[in-house]
Design a protein around this ligand. Sequence first.
Ligand SMILES: Cc1cc2nc3c(=O)[nH]c(=O)nc-3n(C[C@H](O)[C@H](O)[C@H](O)COP(=O)(O)O)c2cc1C
Length: 350
Amino acid sequence: MYRLVFTQVLRRFDAEAVHRLTVSGLAVLARLPLLKRLLHRAFAPHDPVLRVTAFGVHFPGPFGLAAGFDKDAACAEAVAALGFGHVEVGTVTAHAQPGNPRPRLFRLVGERAVINRMGFNNDGARAAARRLRRTRGVPVVVGVNIGKTKVVPEAEAVADYVAAARELAPLADYLVVNVSSPNTPGLRNLQAVELLRPLLTAVKEVADATPRRTPLLVKIAPDLADEDVDAVAELAVELGLDGIIATNTTIRHGGETGGLSGRPLKRRSLEVLRRLRAKVGDRLTLVSVGGVEDVDDVWERLLAGATLVQGYTGWIYGGPLWASRIHRQLARRVRRHGLSSVTEAIGRTA
Ligand SMILES: Cc1cc2nc3c(=O)[nH]c(=O)nc-3n(C[C@H](O)[C@H](O)[C@H](O)COP(=O)(O)O)c2cc1C
């Protein structure tokens, strides 16, 4: 049914227009308590075998929505009601900014992929904080992903991230330092250990100072050389970070300028996960993202050592109840393997 709607209707419209409409619709839904609760009851993961605890936070299921969909924390509860076990909002920057000129989002339907060069369009940290302070009608785990404001020079990046972290760390179930988006000039340079160390140290100080001590993760690019993946992993362990999210979009493709996500990213994303797991074992929580399309992909990531798995592009092609379906199938698979919890699967093939 969704495939028909997608091929006959949605793909005829500009991708960003469809995205904006979807977010607006979900933001309305997020303000309708009764409907939201009904959907949550029907589609959110409730099966106890799916429960996962990572860095002290309880997740109803391991599969969440990756950053970039709900950039302004407008609709996290509605997203959770459709079946995601957590929602990573952002990337939020300290200051509001418009992002790159349009068009900046392109579907590659045949490849089940997307290219985007959005450039962190968002309303800024204060606006996101205001939305996150609203009481929640349904339970939802919300991660907050922060990045650098475009006009801020690299030399002032640390202060800019710290400003965003001060606003948002107290409101986040976990905080993510994003140094891996390809659409903010110079951002990915911050993945170099000499720049990353002072940045993560400063943000961690802010995260540690919140009443609940907000867990801190770093999100990396798939285009890092293997030795650089290792170096970031070592640094994360040394600094006492809670985890690594791997990976962001790739710039290794021949299409439009921007980051590629979806099916073509699958292989490298899995490779980076395996490398990280080999390097850090279970000393860090690994969150795997990139090219996840179905329950087989989620299962493979869990076995390879991911505690949490995220997806975004797969939702565009999989339809509104994509995550709910994956969680339902995952619960069945856990039982079929004679396990009493999905957590028993984590790292089994690592
Ligand atoms: C349209 C779009 C916007 C994105 N924006 C962000 C972002 O703001 N911050 C971020 O960390 N990742 C962003 N991402 C990357 C995703 O979070 C994810 O890492 C990547 O798309 C790979 O997962 P996927 O193949 O399941 O889409 C974006 C992805 C897409 C498709």
